[in-house]
Ligand binder design. Structure first.
Ligand SMILES: [Fe+2]
Length: 505
């Protein structure tokens, strides 16, 4: 392995930190690395694996104003790239305006998710709650050969080089970017059309918007999606002809909002609602469908089936888990983030466009979340979803499951005690002929070895374990979302000179 340190951020966190989401598998990194020709610990790097795995993580650099929340940390992008049977690694902080301002000030300038916006030292800020830092630490997608990082409470989209992880400024969409509202995490890139579909939300009417960015990167469609009040949508879905947004009954308690308190409450007697919009439809074209009360963090996919839209996602049996009194104060504070507490199960809604009815069914008893699919099947009928299993009581992933949605069969892999994975991306093999003809790529944080590794698995044979294991230069922090970008697709957007320089091959 050819490795060098290319950067290091100053951290003002205490050496004896005891916060459960700034220690252990969530210990933040401050070092930025360049590593080429990664050491193969086990197996062999497939020569038909070509592209980059991109993962966003939260890495706080300063103590919170008062209470740190795991989603407050600054975004750091990890890249593991594969080509011709070798692999490279890069990691870089996303150079957000917030990170740079706090580096100048030497401490937190904005209150986080577990704090009151009024506690922010600065009056300005970003996000649906306002006066927050846009950490760009939640999600990462690739559009037109550029990675875009985002923050779950809305903010800028930062343009990140998918080979070097270097920040290349903010997305503007030719001046069309909605700077006043920002963009939520989970914009959707449609590989078939080259479009990017997105939404945003906030505390002022109409409370949500929906938009479409063309393959030429211009904002070409942007409409109001009126809601009854401020909501907390996290994800969306799309089919060949429709976008699907949502209004779930988990939202800030309206009686406390006036006091500046943002307390999410589940209103179990209020139905869930789905908005179906023709992809270039107007506000008056929106059709709403009602379903059982729940909250969904993530959808796996949606597609059209005759008169129906089939929508798959993770139904929460308990969107507002209560503190059960177990563990330390800090541990109890974040138990609600654990999949076993939220009771997340793969679920299917069938929205009938002819009669307006909804049929829904639980697809499995297994508790999984963070489902990934073969990106070529997005918006199309599909069969497989690969999802994460959760470490009980923690926001950590201890394994993965291959869901066969045709047969209901499930194949599992557990990483092992003290080993935690990231959201696992599906990488179609070069010359792929089937939906599961490819690899799964994930990063693990191994507390036993005090190291991190990249695992590559056969997407059709998950239980067999990795086909190869690669060593990273340093143990990384756990985090949230990831994606896969096909190398041939990326090279379409980069000149050979630029790509060669960026990859360093
Ligand atoms: Fe998410």
């Amino acid at each position: 392995m050819d490795v060098e340190i290319v950067g290091r951020m100053l951290s003002t966190l205490p050496a004896d930190d005891d916060h459960p989401y700034r220690t252990g598998p969530w210990r933040p990194q401050t070092t930025e690395w360049r590593a080429d020709d990664l050491r193969v610990v086990q197996g062999e790097i497939p020569t038909d694996l070509d592209g980059v795995y991109l993962r966003n993580t939260e890495n706080p650099l300063h103590p919170a104003v008062r209470n740190y929340h795991p989603f407050d940390g600054d975004g750091m992008v990890h890249v593991v790239g594969f080509r011709d049977g070798s692999a490279f690694y890069r990691n870089r902080f996303v150079r957000t305006d917030g990170l740079l301002a706090e580096a100048d000030a030497g401490g937190a300038q904005w209150a986080g998710v577990s704090e009151m916006p009024s506690w922010s030292p600065r009056e300005d800020g970003w996000g649906a709650r306002e006066r927050m830092k846009d950490a760009s630490s939640t999600d990462i997608v690739v559009h037109r050969g550029t990675a875009l990082t985002s923050f779950y409470l809305c903010g800028d989209l930062y343009r990140v080089d998918p080979f070097t992880a270097e920040t290349r400024g903010k997305e503007t969409w030719g001046g069309g970017f909605p700077l006043d509202w920002g963009v939520s995490a989970h914009p959707k890139a449609d590989e078939r059309t080259g479009e990017l579909l997105f939404f945003n939300y906030g505390k002022q009417a109409p409370y949500m918007h929906y938009g479409v960015v063309d393959a030429d990167n211009a904002l070409s469609h942007y409409i109001d999606v009126p809601l009854p009040g401020p909501r907390l949508p996290h994800d969306m879905a799309f089919t060949e002809n429709y976008a699907i947004l949502n209004d779930f009954p988990l939202f800030w308690d309206p009686s406390l909002l006036g006091q500046g308190v943002h307390a999410p409450r589940w209103h179990r007697d209020v139905p869930s609602r789905f908005a179906v919009i023709p992809r270039r439809g107007r506000t008056e074209d929106i059709r709403w469908f009602e379903a059982e009360s729940t909250f969904v963090l993530h959808f796996t996919n949606a597609y059209e089936d005759g008169d129906e839209i089939v929508l798959d996602g993770f139904f929460q049996g308990d969107p507002e888990p209560q503190d059960n009194g177990m563990g330390t104060k800090w541990q109890r504070a974040f138990r609600y983030l654990a999949l076993d507490r939220m009771q997340t199960r793969l679920h299917r809604w069938r929205l009938n466009l002819t009669n307006g009815q909804v049929r829904e069914e639980q697809l499995t008893d297994s508790i999984t979340e963070f489902g990934m699919i073969n990106g070529a099947r997005a918006g199309q009928p599909y069969r497989y979803a690969w999802a994460a299993t959760g470490e009980p009581g923690w926001f950590l992933f201890d394994g993965l499951v291959r869901h066969d949605l045709h047969t209901g069969a499930e194949e599992r892999l557990r990483f092992g005690d003290g080993i935690y994975g990231s959201e696992t991306a599906m990488a179609p093999r070069v010359g792929s002929t089937g939906e599961d003809d490819g690899y799964l790529v994930t990063l693990v944080t191994d507390m036993n070895a005090d190291a991190s590794f990249c695992l590559v698995l056969d997407a059709a044979r998950v239980a067999d374990g990795p086909v190869c294991t690669l060593e990273l230069p340093e143990r990384i922090s756990s985090g949230t979302h990831s994606t896969w970008a096909d190398g041939r697709e990326l090279r379409r957007w980069h000149t050979a000179d630029t790509a060669a320089a960026a990859i360093g091959l």
